[in-house]
Write a protein that binds this ligand. Structure first.
Ligand code: ATP
Length: 464
């Protein structure tokens, strides 16, 4: 555990500012514009005018989102002997959602403004008596419970018996496969099942860019434990999950753990804490860590008729494990990484004394879309030959960009704005000394490194 890890759900590593600081509202537009301009995120179906609150991840965004999911999988599955992975179906029959309680409970309170006809989620309004769109007072209808599940039909005939749902969370895939995994994986409590994938919610008010969308990606893990150990593991996972964000470079002043009040708890939860990030509009959720008790396994056992229990041979005891669930959003977290990494600064122009502004995305190397940019100083064939060789040496190991147009200073600036940790420049000296210049994104320091030792130079700096 790093020093930064909090010891309990309520105690982050440093006291949260009691004045509850606001984020920087100007940062929102700046980062959204950068995402479009540099190919991180595009509005979906843009050539048709866009499709509300739906986004496509461009060349850079696709890489970065994949890196977020890989970093999660690495820490939650690869580096652990007690957690296994799963990739369950997105389409699922009504029985699953009947048992989980989603058909009945997965609702948000919806109100309409009688004055401007806009719709809102009642629990997200700052003032439930004033319409944030038109300012009318006491203009809302009675709240109606609106179910967020997307329903569709399987097969050519629409009608009862053919309804299926797009999953609104990945978690139920783990519960319905509990028995399969237990029987095939040789794991025993405490053990976990982890999954990354798309989820769908018919949100009443999607918005804030990719923060809340109707189609999004989740990274969830269900950790099955003996009932009397649930409290201990809940504390453990709150600390671990907070630490994950810190280890990947999110500054602690932008992060906090917040325990839910009793009236915020979901129907299945006996305790929940959120990891929150200071977004431009204020603190908001990145991940929820919930103590789900034995609710889900008992519900699925009752509805399916299967025994969803663990038999502890040593103790001669049969029990239904309790579950601790860290549930994070991959797309929402990618947005937080972008916001946290963004920086504008005044720097001396490289090679000259003058100051100039630069924009840099200070991503952790694991999150950065490209790890290395290979930049021959000129397009001349004498340089593109060796530059191609350097690229071929690095590509099997790292995602690389290759760029041979424009002045080198402008190419460095472009890579800074993409968040690329290292640029490797091939110049005319390379033809004599078989060495290249490695430039560091954060310090802008330049090292001369022999091509033969380039991988060894980069590895400890990128694989941290
Ligand atoms: P909220 O209160 O914001 O609606 P939630 O508490 O219902 O979220 P969970 O069901 O705990 O969310 O889902 C786990 C994680 O999945 C959230 O912390 C978030 O990161 C992500 N997530 C949930 N809904 C969305 C959405 N509509 N768009 C993007 N990410 C989402």
């Amino acid at each position: 555990m790093s020093d930064a890890a909090p010891t309990t759900a309520q105690e982050p590593d440093e006291p949260v500012d009691p004045t509850d600081p606001q984020g920087d509202p100007a940062l929102f537009d700046t980062v959204v514009n950068l995402c479009k301009r540099r190919g991180y995120v595009f509005p979906s179906a843009e050539i048709y005018g866009g499709f509300r609150s739906t986004y496509d991840y461009g060349p850079l965004g696709a890489l970065m989102l994949r890196n977020v999911k890989n970093a999660w999988w690495r820490s939650m599955v690869q580096l652990r002997a007690d957690i296994v992975g799963l990739d369950a179906a997105i389409l699922s029959p009504p029985q699953v959602w009947e048992a989980s309680g989603h058909l009945q409970n997965f609702t948000d309170p919806l109100v309409d403004c009688r004055n401007c006809q806009e719709r809102f989620r009642l629990d997200k309004l700052d003032d439930p008596n004033v319409c944030p769109n038109c300012g009318a007072k006491e203009s809302f209808t009675e709240a109606r419970q609106f179910n967020l599940m997307f329903k569709t039909y399987a097969g050519p005939v629409e009608g009862s018996g053919t309804e299926v749902y797009l999953r609104p969370e990945t978690a139920q895939g783990m519960f319905v496969n509990f028995k399969n995994v237990l029987e095939t994986s040789r794991k025993k409590p405490p053990f976990g099942i982890a999954q990354v994938g798309k989820s769908f919610r018919n949100e009443i008010t999607p918005g804030n860019f990719v923060f809340r969308t109707r189609e999004f990606e989740q990274m969830e893990m269900e950790y099955f434990v003996p009932p009397d150990e649930a409290g201990k593991w809940y504390e453990y996972w709150c600390a671990e999950r907070y630490r994950w964000y810190v280890d990947l470079g999110i500054p602690t002043h932008l992060l906090r753990l917040r325990a839910h009040d009793a009236d915020e708890l979901s129907h299945y939860s006996s305790g929940t804490s959120d990891v929150e990030f200071l977004f431009p509009w204020g603190w908001d959720e990145l991940e929820g860590i919930a103590n789900r008790t034995d609710y889900d396994l008992r519900q699925h056992a009752a509805h399916s008729g299967e025994r969803l229990e663990y038999f502890d041979q040593a103790a001669g005891e049969r029990y239904v494990p309790h579950v601790i669930e860290p549930a994070a959003g991959a797309t929402r977290t990618a947005m937080a990484f972008l916001m946290a990494a963004y920086e504008e600064e005044e720097v001396a122009r490289e090679g000259q004394g003058q100051g100039e502004a630069r924009t840099v995305l200070r991503f952790h190397p694991r999150i950065a879309p490209y790890k290395v940019a290979v930049l021959p100083l000129s397009k001349k064939p004498e340089l593109s030959g060796p530059a191609g060789e350097v690229l071929a040496q690095l590509q099997p190991h790292y995602m690389c960009d290759y760029d041979e147009t424009q002045a080198i200073g402008r190419r460095y600036r472009r890579q800074d704005e993409l968040g690329t940790p290292f640029c490797v420049t091939i110049d005319f000296d390379t033809l004599n000394d078989n060495a290249v210049t490695v430039r560091d994104r954060d310090t802008m320091a330049q090292d001369r490194v022999p091509i033969a030792g380039l991988l060894e130079h980069l590895r400890p700096r990128l694989e941290i």
